[in-house]
Design a protein around this ligand. Structure first.
Ligand code: AOF
Ligand code: ZN
Length: 411
């Protein structure tokens, strides 16, 4: 969709689509809050202003949009009779910031359309009710049959469904975390692989740079941004020495966490030598070791340096219990976990049914050969009807490569 200019008449669906695009600008800075976008159009449905939640603890999307609206129209009271589109139900509560529903209600917009209900128990329908009580026509995409801003204009089911899917995809990490809680709860897990058309990620000798193109790798960095942490094995840190940070021209001052799985704590005493520890504070590096076999001096040294070392049981010697690892990470506040890599990294996540979303970037080339390595070499099903099937799948070209993604929710 092209950027709307002030004064452009846009359709209700385009207003919601623009809100979705704005929302993603908050990626990397809003967790544990959701990404949210908001668009305000005037009574003739001409675009006036948009906003998004930019930073956890900062203004919500609606307030950002309202402030921009007030700058353009001279005062926020000009909102009377206008129409508001927001990806998530406006909040009802006073949290780190004030209530969006309470800020909007006295300004009497004619209508407010929201993508999905906020499952946060402090909101969950209460935000919509505050606005309704003030006389605003309020509807979620799911419940409406006509667009509130354009009575009589049917909200076609197919269009609505697409928009709802897009809002749910945008908000999926937050929704997952709101709907799961307690000691068993796990982070939302996204797996990303880059392969050839025949699913290969490396030649038999391990060479793999580069299978996919620059645009696909850039998209990979955007995906890193949407997760709190990236998990890797000790071997990857030792052999590739990756930084695992986000490198994008339009993003600065971003820090993500890294989880290094090092059952025996083999590199724990020299972690400071690696790039993962050079590009972020040590308290943003988690080190997962196995009870009973981790080298105690390494563990003590890493802790002294401020690394966040934690112990889990092993499923066998040298192989940590992945589910327990994820449970601990969730306790530490990791809500979205990003897994990228080859067969050794992603296999255990599939084997343990821990994958929520899969992204496959596929070069339109073939490696072939009995001995080249496939990303799923270390995991698999034994019956056809157990095949892992993507839901809500999307397929796009990204530069010269194919990008296939969808939900898996194996657990
Ligand atoms: C909105 N618009 O842009 C966002 C919302 O701690 P606070 O005050 O930032 O509140 C966080 C909660 O508010 C979060 O859990 C979710 O329920 C809602 N997020 N709501 O109306 C926004 N980010
Ligand atoms: Zn709010």
């Amino acid at each position: 969709m092209k950027t709307p200019n002030i004064g452009d008449q846009i359709s209700p669906a385009d207003a919601m689509k623009w809100a979705l695009i704005l929302a993603r600008k908050g990626a990397g800075f809003v967790s544990p809050n959701p990404m949210v976008g908001c668009v305000i159009v005037d009574k003739d449905h001409k675009f006036v202003a948009g906003g998004w939640h930019q930073k956890v603890g900062g203004a919500h999307a609606e307030i950002e949009a309202l402030e921009r609206f007030a700058l353009i129209k001279g005062k926020k009271e000009a909102l009377q009779g206008c129409h508001v589109y927001v990806t998530l139900e406006p909040c009802a509560h006073e949290g780190r910031t004030g209530s969006c529903a309470k800020a909007l209600a006295p300004l009497k917009p004619a209508s407010l359309t929201y993508g999905i209900q906020d499952p946060n128990p402090m909101v969950a329908g209460k935000g919509a009710q505050i606005l309704r009580d003030a006389g605003v026509i309020v509807a979620s995409l799911a419940e409406m049959t006509e667009w509130p801003a354009m009575p009589g204009k049917a909200a076609e089911l197919s269009l609505k469904k697409d928009l709802i899917d897009e809002v749910e995809d945008l908000t999926e990490v937050f929704l997952w975390n709101m709907r799961t809680s307690g000691p068993e709860a796990l982070p939302f897990v996204t797996v990303k692989v880059a392969s050839t058309l025949d699913g290969r990620v490396a030649l038999h000798d391990g060479s793999s740079k580069w299978i996919t193109s620059e645009p696909a790798r850039e998209k990979g960095h955007r995906l890193r941004l949407e997760h709190d942490a990236i998990i890797v094995g000790r071997r990857t840190v030792e052999t590739d020495n990756p930084s695992l940070n986000v490198r994008l021209d339009d993003v600065s001052d971003h820090t993500n966490s890294v989880v290094i799985v090092d059952p025996k704590a083999k590199i724990a005493d020299r972690l400071l030598e690696f790039n993962v520890a050079k590009v972020r504070p040590t308290d943003r590096v988690f080190v997962c070791v196995q009870k009973g076999i981790a080298n105690p001096q390494g563990v003590a040294r890493a802790k002294d340096h401020g690394f966040r070392v934690f112990e889990v049981d092993g499923s066998k010697e040298g192989v940590v219990d992945l589910k327990q690892t994820l449970q601990r990470l969730r306790e530490f506040g990791v809500q979205g976990l990003y897994v990228e890599g080859g067969a050794g990294t992603v296999g255990p996540f599939f084997e343990n049914q821990l994958v929520n979303r899969l992204h496959v970037f596929m070069a339109t080339s073939v490696l072939g050969g009995k001995h080249s390595i496939g990303w799923s070499d270390l995991c698999g099903v034994s019956k056809l009807d157990e095949m892992w099937k993507l839901k809500r799948e999307r397929v796009k070209m990204i530069g010269p490569d194919l990008h296939v993604t969808g939900r898996l929710d194996l657990r």
